[in-house]
Design a protein around this ligand. Structure first.
Ligand code: SF4
Length: 336
């Protein structure tokens, strides 16, 4: 049986976060008004485990806000509640997400005692001006320091980034991605900035002081970044906010590039760029066989098969195949 990876998500909303990043209304995004009780966490894990067959790689993720910013006793209570799953081998790891300025030697020691294996930091940008304009309340230097401490203490590091924050440009997004790679992150998440109700960004938007990226711009910028991460073996865990995160009903979203299939659109765009580099002339009678890496077939075909449609303007027939010998965006094109 192929071992699959599952993360059971537990959202701990902003409750303890003293910050007000301009884009954040954590309650709305997490879709929950208060932090779950320990019993609720256990019930949620039990419920998820019922749907996951034994023998898979399962971890519990405490996401949402600023896990290491909540009271230490609360952190311990949450972590303690999931230890039995770890001890019985039902889960293999615990991950948390938190802020770079809430990492210290004491915190890391405590997390290690409770078998936390991965720490994801909401870096969002490594550009000082963007961090300031976004009200993040921490510096790029703090991201550097925290990342180094996390790695030195044997945790796997994740660094999340956002594009389209106030002051951001395509070049600055690329700079942040390169810094994330340089800091040794093993995984990342990329979120386009959205204007959410009851945030400072909404005010700035309504006053004409902030303009969100269009969907095309956002796709293009993320399409510039994704190949850098893939090339550097940084696992991309998520592109774009999850649709269940309170955005589908349109009661939270004011403006910005939200799309349920945002990640798919990005991969489709990357393949469109690659394939449009190929010159096809006088091939109308030929069949093109395009071999791509395992798992890339759908992305290469494109969202709503748009890339295939482009190729069909040059070829009589286009066949997509996968090969385990290819990696990332490598491909072979054969014509017959
Ligand atoms: S630190 Fe995180 S939870 Fe707190 S305001 Fe900023 S984005 Fe929201």
């Amino acid at each position: 049986m192929r071992v699959r990876h599952f993360t059971i998500p537990v959202f701990i909303p902003e409750e303890a976060c003293p910050n007000r990043c301009v884009f954040c209304n954590q309650h709305r995004i997490a879709g929950a008004e208060c932090a779950p009780s320990v019993d609720e966490v256990v019930a949620k894990v039990d419920e998820h485990l019922l749907t996951i067959p034994d023998g898979n790689d399962v971890e519990i993720g405490f996401f949402g806000g600023n896990f290491t910013g909540i009271q230490v006793e609360e952190q311990k209570a949450y972590l303690n509640s999931v230890q039995p799953y770890f001890e019985s081998g039902r889960i293999n790891g615990i991950r948390i997400s938190t802020r770079p300025d809430y990492i210290s030697t004491e915190i890391l020691l405590m997390l290690k005692q409770y078998h936390v294996s991965t720490i994801e930091l909401g870096a969002q940008s490594l550009d000082e001006e963007i961090l300031k304009l976004s009200g993040r309340g921490h510096s790029a230097a703090q991201v550097h320091k925290a990342s180094q401490m996390i790695r030195e203490n044997g945790f796997s590091l994740g660094l999340q980034m956002m594009i389209g924050l106030p002051g951001d440009t395509a070049e600055r997004s690329i700079y942040t991605a390169k810094e994330i790679i340089r800091l040794g992150a093993e995984c990342t998440r990329i979120y386009p900035t959205l204007v959410i109700k009851e945030t400072e960004l909404e005010q700035l938007y309504l006053e004409g002081k902030y303009q969100p990226l269009s969907q095309e711009e956002a796709i293009s910028r993320v399409a510039d970044i994704v190949p850098l991460f893939i090339e550097a073996n940084v696992k991309i865990l998520r592109i774009g906010l999850h649709p269940s995160e309170g955005l589908l009903d349109n009661t939270s979203l004011v403006a910005g590039p939200f799309h349920v299939a945002f990640g798919e659109l990005v991969f489709s765009e990357i393949w469109r760029r690659l394939l449009s580099n190929m010159v096809f002339e006088n091939m109308k009678r030929n069949i093109l066989t395009l071999t791509v890496a395992a798992g890339m077939r759908n992305a290469a075909i494109g969202h709503k098969a748009m890339n295939k449609a482009i190729l069909l303007e040059s070829f009589r027939k286009v066949v997509f195949e996968e090969s385990a010998e290819l990696k990332g965006f490598e491909y072979h094109a054969d014509t017959a």
